[in-house]
Design a binder for this molecule. Structure first.
Ligand SMILES: Cc1cc2nc3c(=O)[nH]c(=O)nc-3n(C[C@H](O)[C@H](O)[C@H](O)COP(=O)(O)OP(=O)(O)OC[C@H]3O[C@@H](n4cnc5c(N)ncnc54)[C@H](O)[C@@H]3O)c2cc1C
Length: 332
């Protein structure tokens, strides 16, 4: 059997546009492909997706495989797994990357099983071992308290990548690439479920997962009204508000605001942890933040162990002063 070659990413679309994870996958895929001196290809799978070919080339792809079919309009396990299995076997990549998104979480394990290979999910770092030329796949374990670095000796080496843990390369519209159209060859009779409705999460302002600044509150906030100054700070800095599990369980804030192991994973540039202890389950969702600022009245709180800056004090006193100072600075 011929040796598996090249790096292949699976691009995703969000409301008809390339999702940011697709560009992040191309960014890390480009680096891995260059280190291996192999080619970087991406699959555009969906309906009406061919127009994105130029964009993915500008973001680093050497080859684009377009699989465009109305039956692939919405992600659906049965047909996506069947198409991806056939195409992955045909293309025989050395490395196959997907996003740690709702599609990737469902598709990647099913596909890995069918391709009889291993899979590392939720990777935050990928690199090539210079000696073995295998992909080193690093992911958080034990609720984010430790990192595990793994390699897989079977092909393709498969990983899903945590959103925002990798960066896209700079867009270059003069890059050249090859576009190859593949037939979906979907047999409609294999489709056992279909999307009948979509309920869009109501978001006022910036989406938590996309926010560059996140102001998170914990049990110590004490009530729904207690979140008002957090909202004010988030608005001031163009960010979003998040929470630990207790405020969500107590209905002070919507459940969709929960950050952590069983909530959302965020990697903002600036994260505020206010009146929260910094439990491992919460940190599993925010430890990738670039700068962590903590406000807690307990100097021994665990959050101070990971915080870059910290204030020991009652948030009710600290936050209004902090907000006033921000306003003053922003006013110039
Ligand atoms: C399987 C499992 C999954 C879980 N998933 C998640 C998850 O996804 N996300 C998550 O967050 N949790 C999760 N949890 C819950 C988690 O274990 C913790 O219980 C939770 O994160 C604690 O929230 P907290 O830090 O807000 O509350 P606490 O641990 O009670 O901390 C409150 C903090 O507020 C401080 N404080 C109190 N009043 C003030 C004040 N006025 N000013 C300043 N500081 C003050 C206190 O000193 C204390 O440090 C999970 C648990 C399990 C078992």
């Amino acid at each position: 059997m011929a040796e598996n070659k090249g790096v292949l990413t699976c691009s995703e679309f969000m409301e008809g546009r390339l999702a940011s994870i697709s560009l992040e996958l191309l960014g890390i895929g480009r680096k891995l492909a260059d280190d291996l001196e192999q080619e970087l290809a991406t699959i555009l799978i969906g309906s009406g997706v061919a127009d994105a070919a130029k964009e993915v080339i500008a973001f680093g792809a050497d080859k684009v495989y377009v699989i465009d079919d109305p039956l692939l309009k919405d992600y659906q396990s049965d047909c996506y797994v069947a198409v991806m299995e056939r195409v992955s076997k045909e293309l025989a990549p050395n490395i196959l990357l997907m996003g740690q998104t709702s599609m990737g979480r469902d598709l990647a394990p099913r596909l890995a099983f069918r391709l009889e290979t291993g899979l590392s999910m939720d990777c935050v770092e990928l690199s090539i071992d210079p000696e073995t030329k295998l992909m080193v796949q690093t992911r958080p374990v034990y609720g984010g308290n430790a990192m595990a670095a793994m390699v897989c000796e079977s092909s393709p080496q498969m990983a899903t990548v945590r959103t925002k843990s990798m960066s896209p390369i700079e867009r270059n519209d003069s890059r050249k690439g090859e576009v190859i159209i593949l037939e979906a060859k979907v047999d409609p009779s294999i489709i056992r479920s279909k999307v009948i409705d979509r309920v869009k999460e109501e978001v006022v302002g910036v989406k938590l997962e996309d926010a560059d600044v996140v102001v998170c509150g914990g049990r110590g906030i004490g009530s729904a009204e207690g979140f008002d100054p957090l909202q004010e700070l988030a608005k001031l800095l163009g960010g979003a508000v998040g929470a630990t599990r207790p405020p969500c369980d107590n209905n002070w804030v919507p459940a969709t605001w929960q950050v952590g192991l069983t909530g959302k994973v965020i990697t903002p540039t600036l994260y505020f942890g206010i009146a929260l202890s910094g439990s491992s389950q919460h940190l599993a969702g925010c430890s990738g933040s670039k700068s962590i600022i903590a406000i807690n009245k307990d100097p021994e709180a665990n959050i101070f162990k990971v915080a870059h800056y910290g204030v020991v004090g009652d948030y009710k006193k600290v936050l209004p002063t902090f907000i006033d100072k921000c306003k003053e600075l922003l006013a110039g």
